[in-house]
Ligand binder design. Structure first.
Ligand SMILES: C[S@@+](CC[C@H](N)C(=O)[O-])C[C@H]1O[C@@H](n2cnc3c(N)ncnc32)[C@H](O)[C@@H]1O
Length: 276
């Protein structure tokens, strides 16, 4: 799409402007979101947006990120630069239809293959906890693609939780339960121990390892997301080993999987480990 984008803009932009047309964008439902729209193209943003809309009829609005994901809810700020003035859409991935507002609830379509990878690891009858469930995408992908018995999701952002609740209805799933609140306050009250715990909060998951370990069954698997420099995983392994020692659990790291790039040398990684 990137080359095609340049072709369709070459009569509308100068040579220099064409070079700065951003390479990076996400398609979320019928929205196209530029993550890094250059300041020098601000005056041409409407022209660029309209050209895309004209050539890609399935895209209904073009947005640019004006502030990176931040805060407790991990939310970006977005501006509609062309098309319909809305940030809500219906996104399809891994047999799930998910309704979301791209500015009011965290969602990244770039993680769809990682969600599929996790779903492929799940065995029949597992009881699974998704500690930071957002609009419910992990619980729903698991529910629609595996024979898991029960999936519990916890989310602190009330708007993300509202979408997750609606998404359960849209996808007609019967084995997902969602809880609104802070995982740190909710988890001690849960009576269940889990076969698998998913921790998709790369900025801060280290602070929740003790909680996750307290709810892990013997031989359960944890998926711990964090940011790390490529192939420099020593600190990460030490953190996990230290927390497991504190929780008096044996730990075996099964693998560390790269599942996205955060900055030129920093990646989003998932550490898969088993505890006993
Ligand atoms: C990186 S997002 C991932 C959301 C979702 N799992 C996904 O993949 O789209 C992290 C989510 O954790 C939520 N969160 C942050 N701190 C939390 C806490 N203490 N308890 C529960 N949820 C929390 C945020 O609101 C956000 O929706």
């Amino acid at each position: 799409m990137k080359n095609k984008l340049k072709n369709l803009l070459n009569k509308k932009l100068t040579e220099k402007e064409l070079k700065s047309v951003p390479a990076s964008f996400d398609v979320v439902g019928d929205l196209l979101v530029f993550s890094d729209f250059p300041e020098e193209l601000a005056k041409k943003e409407k022209i660029i947006g309209r050209a895309i809309l004209k050539n890609y009829p399935h895209i209904k609005a073009i947005l640019k990120k004006t502030k990176k994901h931040s805060g407790k809810f991990r939310l970006p700020k977005l501006k509609v630069i062309a098309g319909e003035k809305r940030k809500e859409t219906l996104h399809k991935e891994n047999n799930v239809l998910a309704k979301l507002n791209a500015e009011k609830a965290y969602f990244s379509p770039r993680m769809s293959s990682e969600r599929k990878r996790i779903a492929c690891l799940i065995k029949p009858n597992e009881t699974i906890l998704v500690m930071f469930s957002g609009i419910g995408i992990y619980p729903l992908v698991i529910s629609k693609n595996t024979k898991a018995k029960r999936i519990i999701g916890i989310e602190i952002n009330p708007i993300a939780h509202k979408y997750a609740t609606e998404n359960i209805k849209i996808n007609k799933t019967a084995n997902v339960e969602l809880i609104l609140g802070d995982a740190r306050k909710i988890m001690p009250k849960l009576k269940t121990q889990f076969d698998r715990i998913i921790m998709p909060l790369p900025k801060d998951a280290g602070n929740f390892l003790d909680l996750a370990l307290s709810k892990a069954k013997k031989n359960s698997t944890l998926h711990f997301y964090c940011f790390s420099e490529e192939n420099n995983y020593q600190d990460l392994k030490e953190l996990i080993n230290k927390e497991c020692e504190k929780a008096k659990k044996q730990c075996e790291i099964i693998g560390i999987v790269k599942c996205g790039q955060f900055s030129p040398r920093v990646y989003r990684v998932c550490v898969d480990f088993m505890v006993s």
